[in-house]
Design a protein around this ligand. Structure first.
Ligand code: S3P
Length: 165
């Protein structure tokens, strides 16, 4: 078993679940957004300064730059926009879609100003619908996260991993 990649829409809890899962499985935890920010500064500024295309290039690069073994990787919500990233994750591990409802992510991201693609209007709903299909296609497994705690979700993933090993 290689890495465990968590994919899903903004606000679906990938980062928090990754930390819980890291504790349960005693594996290192990484986050592609944090890796990008460590090198290039806040995501909001990257979008403003260099645009989404450059951000996507940074994202693909940090995904491929992960050198630790068997990591839990929380990915940015748009990682699936590039099919090569999806193929890369399939080849290098196990991909899990954390599926939160639009209603739930809207609630969580209500006052969020750090995510340039979150607009809390019809655009966000359209993006959600478009991405939904991409996540479904891209994941080995998916988990509905509404009404579950991060620890419960991590425990479900740990069981799935056990079954595969
Ligand atoms: C994005 C999601 C964000 C971040 C960037 C773009 C997207 O990550 O990578 O703002 O395109 O959905 P989270 O999913 O961690 O919020």
């Amino acid at each position: 078993m290689g890495h465990i990649y968590l994919i899903g829409f903004m606000g679906s809890g990938k980062t928090t679940v990754a930390k819980e899962l890291g504790r349960l499985l005693e594996r290192p935890v990484l986050d592609t957004d944090q890796l990008i920010e460590a090198q290039h500064g806040p995501i909001k500024d990257i979008f403003k300064r260099e645009g989404e295309r450059v951000f996507r290039a940074y994202e693909s690069k940090v995904l491929r730059g992960i050198k630790v073994k068997q990591a839990i990787v929380a990915t940015g919500g748009g990682i699936v926009e590039n099919q090569e990233n999806v193929d890369y994750m399939h080849y290098n591990g196990f991909t899990i879609y954390l599926q939160a409802s639009f209603r739930e992510v809207s609630k969580r991201l209500k006052n969020d100003e750090a995510r340039p693609l979150w607009t809390a209007d019809q655009h966000a709903q359209n993006l959600y619908d478009h991405r939904f299909k991409m996540y479904e296609r891209s994941a080995h497994e998916h988990i509905r996260t509404d009404h579950k705690t991060p620890l419960e979700i991590a425990a479900i993933i740990a069981r799935l991993i056990e079954l595969r090993e």
